[in-house]
Design a protein around this ligand. Structure first.
Ligand code: PEP
Ligand code: MG
Length: 527
């Protein structure tokens, strides 16, 4: 957080800058929250059997608490976000964590509390990679409290104001009394953490930053979270301006949130790149995931996950979405999307996959195996001709045969979709619609290849009539063959086109979660 001073008329107002976690304006005195720090004693235990059962009972008790927290949270933040506490229950069931704690008790003859502490440290790295460090420690602290007979995490503030904390656990966010906590300034954490998701869900204005100090505690402040700014000791002029802004913001927010669960004729889904985004999608009330760019799962580690790893990821996302549709696009490597050491030899999307059947089959197997955990659709990128879809179908027959022989279950009605993102695909869309179960129009590449532009660098007219015409043609052809069609490229999130797309008969729009409520508003007005 950068410190900037704005000394005006001898006043001391100064500005702290951070990153937006949750939009909105909050006013009040700065109040601090510090989590109770547990000192975990390491004790020598003779009777390890009793100690193991202390641990097992504590885990069962914690699961019960989390189930209650889940059920209570549904009414405040909705079922989807409450699922975070379902994830905490899953952490308690995590084999590595559970078995490590038991082994430590048995082998090192140590007390359950210390075993939980050690086991948490050992699995922390793996959870950290998924950005879930706070979740594992939240669960660990729950176990400490149960084992040590302490029922309260720390002194959550009782007075009204803007809360300053090092970080917050998801369960702490749920315990905050929003009639008192008007805003949050976090020193540590990430805007994509579960705590951040819950803060957004509870609509508490919040920012995150690195250089905040406790010096501001007790001072009057205004948090303009959307701008990522904290005004400490604001002057009268700033207060008046912020009051005005808050009034306008509050009115807009109310209007958008009223629409979160509004039903619209056109399906409104979210585009995501990983399972954390899936939570964001649920947070804004997406009807499902219209596009999961699977290649994004390889970017962080720069490797393609194994079939088993993919299965776990896909299964996790399907479970999180709890029966809502999840469309996973098969690897779309090529051009700007590649990973170290992967030579695509100029082949993109489906052509790269068909040229690497072993790799492709691993993904299809993982997808099919995961399909029993939710409502899965598979989408093929960069399709340019009918025979590409037919070749995939042949491969899928092999995959199904293999899985049947291995006795592995899969959903027998998975829809197979084709991306329409090359002019060729749009032009042969009538024939393609006979092979595919649905279409998803990728306007990013469709614009690039139709207009001859470089989507990363060139400026172009995104509303070019040629693009509109290709979309219209695709919708018409899809409907003539009785299949639905969605738009998942950036144009889907362009609210100036929403009514045009509705008029064309588009069945679904899939947009980034941050655009979803705005498009929901447009769709609502369009029907
Ligand atoms: C598109 O091309 O519009 C699309 C959705 O795919 P991507 O942006 O991943 O290329
Ligand atoms: Mg594309």
């Amino acid at each position: 957080m950068k410190l900037e001073y704005e000394c005006k008329d001898g006043l001391n107002m100064y500005i702290l800058k951070g990153e937006t976690v949750s939009d909105g304006i909050a006013m009040g005195n700065m109040i601090s929250y510090e989590r109770k720090r547990y000192h975990i004693p390491k004790l020598h235990i003779e009777n390890t059997r009793t100690e193991v059962s202390r641990f097992v009972v504590a885990v069962a008790f914690a699961k019960g608490q989390l189930q209650t927290l889940y059920e209570q949270s549904i009414s405040t933040i909705g079922q989807q976000d409450a699922l975070i506490f379902g994830i905490h229950q899953m952490i308690l069931e995590d084999e590595e964590f559970y078995n490590t704690a038991i082994n430590l008790i048995e082998e090192q003859k140590i007390n359950a509390e210390y075993a939980v502490y050690e086991a948490t440290k050992q699995v922390e790295e793996c959870f950290c990679k998924q950005g879930r460090t706070e979740d594992i420690w939240d669960v660990a602290e729950r176990l400490f409290r149960i084992l040590m007979g302490d029922d309260f995490a720390g002194a959550l503030p009782k007075e009204k104001g803007i809360l300053v904390a090092d970080e917050l656990f998801p369960s702490e966010v749920m315990k905050l009394d929003t009639s008192k906590v008007k805003g949050i300034v976090l020193k540590k954490g990430s805007v994509n953490s579960h705590a951040a998701i819950l803060i957004r869900s509870r609509q508490i204005p919040a920012i995150i930053g690195g250089e905040f100090t406790d010096a501001e505690v007790g001072m009057p402040a205004i948090l303009d979270a959307g701008e990522g700014i904290l005004y400490v000791e604001p002057d009268a002029d700033r207060i008046a301006r912020m009051n005005q802004k808050k009034e306008i913001d509050d009115a807009k927010k109310q209007e958008l949130l009223r629409l979160k669960n509004a039903k619209t004729k056109v399906h409104l889904c979210a585009n995501v790149g990983n399972s954390e985004d899936a939570l964001l999608a649920l947070e804004v009330g997406a009807d499902g995931i219209g596009l999961l760019r699977s290649e994004m799962l390889c970017m962080k580690e720069q490797v393609i996950p194994s079939e088993e790893e993919q299965f776990t990821i896909y299964k996790g996302i399907l479970q999180k979405m709890n029966g809502k549709k999840v469309v996973i696009r098969t690897w779309d490597f090529g051009e700007d999307k590649t990973i170290k050491g992967l030579d695509t030899q100029g082949l993109r999307g489906i052509r790269f996959c068909l040229g690497h059947p072993k790799l492709f089959k691993e993904q299809l197997r993982a997808l099919y195996r995961a399909s029993v955990y939710g409502n899965l659709g598979i989408l093929l990128p960069m399709i340019s001709s009918v025979d590409e879809v037919q070749k995939v179908k042949e491969l899928l027959e092999d995959v199904k045969k293999e899985l049947r022989t291995e006795g592995k279950e899969f959903d027998r009605n998975i829809n197979l979709g084709a991306m329409i993102e090359t002019p060729a695909a749009a032009l042969v869309s009538r024939e393609l619609a006979k092979e595919a179960d649905f279409f998803s129009i990728g306007t990013n590449d469709l614009s690039q290849y139709t207009l001859g532009i470089d989507r990363q660098k060139d400026s172009y007219d995104p509303h070019h009539p040629a693009i509109m015409e290709l979309i219209r043609m695709t919708v018409k052809n899809a409907h003539a063959e009785g299949i639905p069609v969605g738009i998942c490229g950036e144009l889907g999130g362009d609210e100036s086109l929403t009514k045009t797309f509705v008029g064309m008969g588009v069945d679904e729009l899939s947009v980034t979660p941050s655009r979803l409520l705005n498009i929901r508003k447009e769709l609502h007005g369009a029907v």
